[in-house]
Design a protein around this ligand. Structure first.
Ligand code: ADP
Length: 398
């Protein structure tokens, strides 16, 4: 074998997800997930040929230890010498990066400068970059930013209506996230429909544990629902999405909560979990709602209603609506949520085809609206790793 492989790394503060892709075929040859990094019982799980096995990271229970273990695993399959470049998911590139870039010391300094915008994620992403530089010596590393795709948003979409000096002094504005997924799905949706992306007014809903929605017209992003942080916008697994910002003062006065406690509650205890008092997992919510659990029913109702309102809002940003695309774990699998959302959107020319909606699940793409609909709703499985691998190969000159 002499194929050129790309390693894609996605580092969180206590986790590392990795995938080795063949850039030409898009096949994932090996994947891994390291968990509990920073704790003595950290471990990494490898998946190869459908088989999983776990390695304790006793020698180095950190990001470097995880990348070292990954290198050993690659050696055992003879892949180590075929890795040609490494692509890193970087959460925030602020206003400095509107596209992916080859990582230099200047770029590392640039990512460090964006730490106030992603205080949990960017430092973890950089741990992955440093570990890769140390262990895969001499290979090109590429940064692929979650925020980059949204840098085309017009001022009217990214500015908050707060004193302008907060923007100039602190960079307080809307940045958006999930950009790599939107870029992939926008291309794929156009390809799937046999249309030119530049001619389509698209709204894409990325519905995973985190959820957001974006408007794309003329091939570029016009608006998105996440803002300064991923908390804004849609109802998510554990995040509230939009609330009145006065909840901070209200809960400080009435519940004696601190800013940190309210922030934590809005990020980790709200959304589907908070409303259902049951779970953040959409599948579990759907199962319980079907049995009549009132919290689960309410969680689904609020989730779908907010999402439908946002689709209509994003149609304004796109200048109309030709295509609504669903992606992410919920978007790709939940016929129930898609059907409920489309139920609100007949006035935008979307009429659900229930059979097609049921068929488009578990990795199957498909149009889910009837032929006489004025706009098309489509399910497109996302593939952020492949997008990162493609950028990495291109920028590394492979
Ligand atoms: P992440 O944002 O962590 O990448 P995913 O994109 O994998 O998350 O999405 C996870 C969500 O998708 C969970 O809420 C899960 O319950 C939901 N999901 C997965 N399969 C289904 C299904 N068949 N029906 C409903 N929801 C599903």
């Amino acid at each position: 074998m002499s194929q050129k492989l790309i390693l894609v790394l996605n580092c969180g503060s206590s986790s590392l997800k990795g995938a080795v892709l063949d850039n030409d075929s898009g096949d994932v040859l090996l994947s891994c997930l390291a968990e509990k990094l920073g704790l003595p019982d950290a471990y990494i799980t490898f998946k190869f040929n459908g088989e999983k096995h776990k390695v304790e990271l006793t020698a180095g229970p950190n990001h470097t230890g995880a990348v070292e273990a990954l290198m050993e695993e690659l050696k055992s399959h003879g892949f180590d010498s075929q890795i040609a470049a490494i692509g890193h998911r970087i959460v925030s590139g602020g206003e400095a990066y509107s596209e992916s870039t080859l990582i230099t010391e200047d770029v590392i300094a640039g990512i460090e400068k964006c730490i106030p915008l992603a205080p949990l994620h960017n430092p973890a992403n950089l741990l992955g970059v440093r570990a890769a530089q140390n262990i895969f010596k001499g290979l090109p590393n590429v940064a692929v930013f979650d925020t980059a795709f949204h840098q085309t948003m017009p001022e009217r979409a990214y500015m908050y209506a707060v004193p302008r000096e907060l923007y100039s002094k602190y960079g307080l504005r809307r940045y958006g996230f999930h950009g790599t997924s939107y870029r992939y799905v926008a291309d794929e949706a156009a390809r799937f429909l046999g249309k030119d992306k530049n001619d389509l007014r698209m709204v894409i809903a990325h519905l995973g544990n985190g959820a957001s929605i974006a408007a794309i017209a003329n091939g570029v992003c016009q608006d998105t629902s996440m803002g300064l942080t991923p908390l804004e916008g849609l109802v998510m697994g554990t995040r509230s999405g939009d609330v009145d910002p006065a909840v901070f003062g209200f809960l400080a006065e009435n519940a004696n909560m601190t800013i940190a406690q309210v922030t934590d509650m809005l990020n980790k205890k709200s959304g589907l979990l908070g409303l259902s008092e049951l779970s953040s997992d959409c599948r579990a919510i759907e199962e319980e709602a079907a049995k009549g659990h009132s919290g689960a029913v309410l969680a689904l109702e609020v989730f779908c209603y907010r999402l439908a309102k946002y689709v209509a809002g994003m149609a304004v940003a796109a200048g109309g609506l030709d295509v609504l695309a669903f992606t992410g774990g919920i978007g790709e699998n939940s016929d129930l949520i898609r059907s409920k959302v489309l139920g609100y959107l007949g006035f935008l020319g979307l009429n659900v085809d229930q059979d097609a909606n049921l068929a488009a699940r578990f990795g199957n793409a498909g149009v889910i609206t009837t032929a006489d609909s004025k706009a098309v709703a489509v399910v497109i499985p996302t593939n952020e790793e492949l997008m990162i691998a493609h950028d990495t190969a291109r920028l590394s000159g492979l």
